[in-house]
Ligand binder design. Structure first.
Ligand SMILES: [Mn+2]
Length: 330
């Protein structure tokens, strides 16, 4: 059975400060278009479920029209079931309550205690159990003790939070991997990190962050997309070692690049521009991409006075080859 794992779409994000009025609007629209494209992909490829591991929206206040459009898009394909836990920024259950809107029947919102949903393939041959809960400040201690799964099934668990080893203080929503290790989870679908990443849980299972679907700024560089899962959901009880295999699918419309240019032995402005262009070309940035060029001033072989370089001028000299370009000295 095929499933999609996604998170941190941040629909409705305000990108005007970085991109200006016109391009900010374009980019905000594109975040939504990529969501739509992913849903179309699900329909066209026989995907049975979409796991949204939080931060579907950029904030707790969601524009009513945006909310309606997304719910309509979801409701339009009843053959795909959507599962949702909230992230640190969004809270869809609250939006629906405040706006007095009913969720489509194929959208499942998990609550603050564990719930398990049986997802069967359309032909009824396969079953996967999707279990999820929102982590809150109140439940985050006891949540791990209360999770119990039936090992005869293929178990997918949906959560949003930071891995414990990266958390700096006690106030975060934490994913306690050590406590989840022996819970017979085949795949732990996580949201929070905007970068794709994964690791082992036990001999068969693993945890994975899908990362965001589109890079919005230069803290989100590199390939962005979703995770396509193939879950072995056989109902034959004899089968052991049920597996969920994953594949990262690059899906973003645009990519963000931060390119650090070493200016050692570069003595003229012309030579600097050549070096920038060479490096941008090597990185294979496309015209639809967002590029930030960082001039590295830390070299002890620096002979060009960077304080005398007009960055706006240099940006103009780069031409209008990209959707967005910016320059900085570091
Ligand atoms: Mn996020």
């Amino acid at each position: 059975m095929k499933l999609i794992h996604t998170s941190d779409l941040h629909l409705g994000a305000d990108l005007h400060e970085m991109l200006g009025e016109r391009k900010g609007d374009i980019r905000r629209g594109e975040l939504e278009e990529t969501f739509d494209r992913m849903v179309d992909y699900a329909r066209q490829n026989g995907v049975r479920g979409i796991l949204i591991a939080g931060d579907l929206f950029d904030g707790r206040d969601v524009d009513k029209d945006l909310l309606k459009r997304i719910l309509t898009k979801i409701g339009d394909i009843p053959e795909v079931v959507f599962f949702y836990v909230h992230g640190i920024h969004d809270d869809l259950a609250n939006n629906l309550e405040e706006q007095k809107i009913k969720a489509p029947e194929n959208l499942y919102l998990f609550g603050n205690e564990w719930e398990s949903v049986e997802l069967s393939s359309l032909d009824g041959e396969q079953i996967v159990i999707v279990t999820g809960a929102n982590i809150t400040m109140e439940n985050r201690q006891k949540l791990y003790d209360s999770l119990s799964l039936y090992p005869v099934y293929t178990n997918i668990v949906l959560m949003n939070g930071q891995l414990e080893r990266f958390a700096e203080d006690g106030k975060r929503k934490l994913i306690d991997i050590a406590s989840l290790r022996y819970k017979t989870i085949n795949y732990l679908a996580l949201g929070y990190e905007h970068e794709y990443g994964h690791g082992p849980l036990q001999n068969v299972g693993e945890f994975c962050y899908s990362g965001c679907l589109e890079g919005k700024d230069f803290s989100e560089c590199g390939e962005k997309g979703f995770v396509l899962l193939e879950a072995d959901g056989t109902t034959k009880m004899m089968e052991k070692n049920r597996r969920v295999t994953k594949k990262f699918i690059p899906f973003a419309h645009r990519k963000c690049y931060e390119i650090v240019v070493d200016l050692s032995y570069v003595s003229t402005y012309q030579r600097m521009m050549e070096k920038i262009r060479d490096q941008v070309m090597q990185e294979n940035c496309k015209k639809q991409d967002l590029v930030r060029v960082v001039l590295d001033s830390s070299s002890k072989y620096l002979s060009l006075d960077l304080s005398g370089v007009d960055l706006d001028e240099a940006k103009k000299d780069m031409g209008s080859g990209f959707f967005h370009i910016e320059m900085a000295v570091r």
